[in-house]
Design a protein around this ligand. Structure first.
Ligand code: NAD
Length: 285
């Protein structure tokens, strides 16, 4: 019997835990965690993501500071806003919604955010901490995957985990988080020869590629845990993952659906990271 890993339910559990922690923390310290959300331009998908993050903040008791800037915002103006938010004691987390318009330098902005307020976990310092196995905000999507594995009591230590994808926001941090938990980790990418054969070695297979339904049954060992990070929009407007769910489900011992798997966890872990950043700033984490 294959377990369907329910990210919607687990994300609700995480938000419930954060809400409880925030309420207790605020009662004890009179400090409310604050998240600044910066959105540049008019991209409709980004606007909808930002609105959802603000709703999540409301639900868990985090104050959200909304900064919606015009498409023509300059690098200097955005830098100045980041500097102001870095210096603001009421702001414990800073989220700059990506992608930024082409004329703005995303890497420069990520590196300008104070590492302790980088609740996305993308700052080079925080990625370095992950590499070294030291505490720091962890990237929300792979961190959400780790929480899903824990929630479903899936043993990581001693397993062979294969991650398809080597991006800085998913693949690489995911591989390091699995390594941190004592998996033997293989990272695959667009130049990996005979990808299905490598993936068939996996006890835990994480797909973070961005190619609809690429992972079919030939990639999956009988009984493997299959985690689908992919979010791909079809021409018909529906969402599909990187895994061909119908073809793989019967072979897997556990699998995440799309939608309703990893996706909801990313936002939930952002709330968790923001609370942790606030508690750390107050010296009581
Ligand atoms: P990316 O484009 O930055 O990286 C994709 C990776 O896949 C690259 O490292 C590349 O080497 C590898 N790749 C590409 N084609 C391949 C192939 N044919 N065989 C093997 N590897 C191949 O993408 P990303 O930002 O890491 O995102 C990956 C997917 O995850 C996308 O579908 C994205 O929408 C989704 N995503 C989901 C969430 C979430 O909240 N669930 C968050 C971030 C990204």
């Amino acid at each position: 019997m294959t377990t369907i890993i329910d990210g919607t339910k687990t994300a609700q559990t995480v938000r419930g835990e954060v809400a409880k922690a925030v309420a207790q923390f605020t009662q004890e310290t009179s400090v409310r965690p604050g998240l600044a959300v910066v959105l540049v331009g008019e991209d409709p998908a980004s606007h909808s993501y930002v609105s959802m993050k603000e709703r999540d903040c409301d639900e868990v008791g985090i104050v959200s500071f909304d900064h919606r800037l015009s498409e023509t915002t300059t690098q200097d103006e955005l830098n100045a806003l980041i500097d102001m938010l870095n210096a603001d004691d009421k702001v414990h987390g800073i989220l700059v919604q990506m992608p930024l318009p082409n004329h703005l330098d995303e890497e420069q902005i990520i590196a300008r955010i104070a590492p302790e307020k980088d609740v996305d976990g993308f700052h080079p310092y925080n990625m370095g901490c992950l590499l070294r196995g030291e505490p720091a905000p962890r990237a929300c999507t792979p961190w959400g995957v780790m929480r899903l594995l824990d929630e479903y009591d899936i043993e990581v230590a001693g397993t062979h985990a294969v991650v398809i994808g080597r991006s800085n926001i998913v693949g690489k941090p995911q591989a390091l988080m699995l390594l941190e938990r004592n998996a033997t980790v293989t990272i695959c990418h667009s130049r990996t020869p005979d990808l299905p054969a490598v993936c068939r070695e996996a006890d835990i297979l994480v797909a973070a590629v961005g190619r609809p339904a690429m992972v079919d049954a030939s990639y999956v060992k009988e009984g493997a845990v299959v985690i689908d990070v992919g979010i791909n929009r079809t021409e018909a407007g529906t969402l599909v993952g990187d895994v061909d769910f119908a073809a793989v489900e019967a072979r897997a011992s556990a699998i995440t659906p799309v939608p309703g798997g990893v996706g909801p966890m990313t936002r939930a872990m952002l709330m968790s990271n923001t609370y942790e950043a606030c508690a750390t700033a107050q010296g009581s984490a």
